[in-house]
Ligand binder design. Sequence first.
Ligand code: ATP
Ligand code: MG
Length: 774
Amino acid sequence: MEEYIAELNDAQRAPVLQKDGPMIVIAGAGSGKTRVLTYRIAYLMHQGIDAFNILSLTFTNKAAREMKKRIADIVGTSEAKNLWMGTFHSIFAKILRFEADKLGYPSNFTIYDTQDSQRLIASIIKEMGLDKDIYKYKQVYSRISSYKNSLITVKAYFQNAELVEADAMAKRPRMGEIYQNYVERCFKAGAMDFDDLLLKTNELLNRFPDVLAKYQNRFRYILVDEYQDTNHSQYLIVRALSDKFQNICVVGDDAQSIYAFRGANINNILNFQRDYDNVQQYRLEQNYRSTRNIVEAANSIIDKNKTKLEKVVWTANEPGPKIIVNRLLTDGDEGRYVASSIFENQMQYQLTNGQFAVLYRTNAQSRAIEDALRKRDIKYRIYGGLSFYQRKEIKDVLAYLRLIINPSDEEALKRVINYPARGIGATTVDKLIVAANHYERSIFEVIENLDRINLKINSGTKTRLENFITMIKSFQITNETSDAFVLSEMVAKKTGLLQELKKDGTPEGIARIENIEELLNGIRDFVEGQKELDEATGSLTEFLEDVALATDLDQDTGDDDRVALMTIHLAKGLEFPYVYIVGMEEDLFPSGMSMNTRSELEEERRLFYVALTRAEKQAYLTYTQSRYRWGKLVDAEPSRFIEEIDDKFLDFITPVDNYKYKPLIDSDIFGEVDKSKLRLKKPVSGSPPLAHKPTEDQLRKLRKLRPASSANETKNTISIDGNLVAGATVEHMRFGIGKILKIEGVGQDRKAEIHFEKGGIKKLLLRFAKLKVL
Ligand code: ATP
Ligand code: MG
């Protein structure tokens, strides 16, 4: 263990070695907060604390898995296996399953994802005959979500005159009724939405002192990562569970609080001292992740925020290259630049795809980047956006599986009762819903009892409904005797889902079939994995829970090598050697919707701080002069955030001015770079000079533009046809000295196989390798 403790600096070691009591670590990005949590858990176990008694809450399940792996390295796999680690949602979903009956839920309750919830709300709005332009279902959903996260139940809502008044003022007087219907329908369907997982946990801990005591005694040591982004509901859970032993360790960075829009409450950090006695506060100041340029540039950004805790972040790392800033004409050019820059870096430094990330403010920006990467055959993975489990065909299969487990699951039933088409129309389904509401039964039960109730449904439809129920029941029987894989395969075939897609025959249809196959593979892996673990049963319920709570990051198995594309929100806590932050434009970043108040703008700035501090070696900022947005080409201006960074950290490879205001001239872009021009130009008052469109020739050159630095370096570089022959001794910027073993290929593709004294044998493309013959 001592050798592991030696991997920490003094400041990090202190919170690791303090065994008991409440503690908070507030520190900037990359200073080792997550490392402290990891080592702290290992050290607790080393001191004899049972894994069973430790609860660790992380931002993604992937982060939890990685921490667990590291802990297993230190204390051994069998010890680490029993640790409770994961997101709030996944941990408390498990606890709720144990305790479901106390709250009147079945233990196999379904978890509704955002889409299920929104569909249900849309259908309630329709059933209530409300105007869907006033009651926009997405807005209604997010209102309800924020009530739940503030622990405002339906009852509390109606008692809160202010809220009722506010919704009435917003011309939505029936908000409370929708909320009430939604809650009732979820309950009846045996379903909890994401927010319920926290709300119901709070309810459980508040209403049942014995349950609270049980988990308080169990979780003697509690650790929370990214504490700055906990919402009120999460905060209350942590406080309740840690109340008895007060062995609570939270780590976070107020400068990285980026989820206020989803209810995260920065006061949770600020009030921590008040909530517990004798809080030990620790600060970490040394950043291990990034170059000095990146750390200092990031410091200079966050410095512009007024609301913040004063912190020091420094690094002993090399200064490293400056942050590259590049202006492109359009988003298409931006994509091409990013792809070619990744390609060049890979060639020059022998890097894998996994060492690159492209970060953006909004999901829609990924398309142009994807197109360019595909053209260059660079593999990438998109996180966020439509994740695998959100795809229609996957949701269809999952809906069948959900219905088998929980026949009350209304959203699942509505999804598949007539898919593939089996002649059960929307009118019939509407009648069933009305009857179900009337009799306070599930739709499934209504169909089971069609003979006993008087519904105007013709006999043909009735038979079809009965056949549907019989099919689902036969799957239920299979489920009792077979594992989840066998059952799922049967579902894909017998329901007609696969045939339906085969009929389609289009490339999209084929891709959908492949996705279903992929899902089945995943289920098989899951079943086998569970059997090996020997702790769980590999049951369908467990699989569905895993799926419902899988975040996009969780699908990253890390076993294939891809460039990561994601929104900045998702990138929190992660790190990559090379990071491209694209779309650095006013109205996009900062977002046009979040710059009205200082606090919104400050959240955007924190988001930029998060983005930049993901980079270890090199960061790129790109912006365009015009971009397609909402289907239209609109003019763009460089983000104020670029201007806020001190120029000394930046390397402009195109002058940062806006051609709207200052005509482009050749020498500006291609000649010697005149640093005095490399400042953001503010629009001059009065009428700006006419926009000067670049000529075709300039456009061509712009697209091929290389970093300015390479222009100077070519002077020391031997041209491709020079003395580069087998046997020559050469020097490479990064790999050092080596001997050429052979040269192959022609022109642009000429490669050298070189045996480097330190790095072993490498193949390099000469066009990028910048070799010096010695
Ligand atoms: P963020 O705020 O982005 O979540 P963090 O504070 O959690 O960052 P970590 O991810 O724990 O920081 O650490 C950043 C990087 O620095 C990691 O690669 C980690 O392994 C490394 N690191 C942290 N502490 C040390 C140390 N004492 N010696 C060497 N490397 C370290
Ligand atoms: Mg971290």
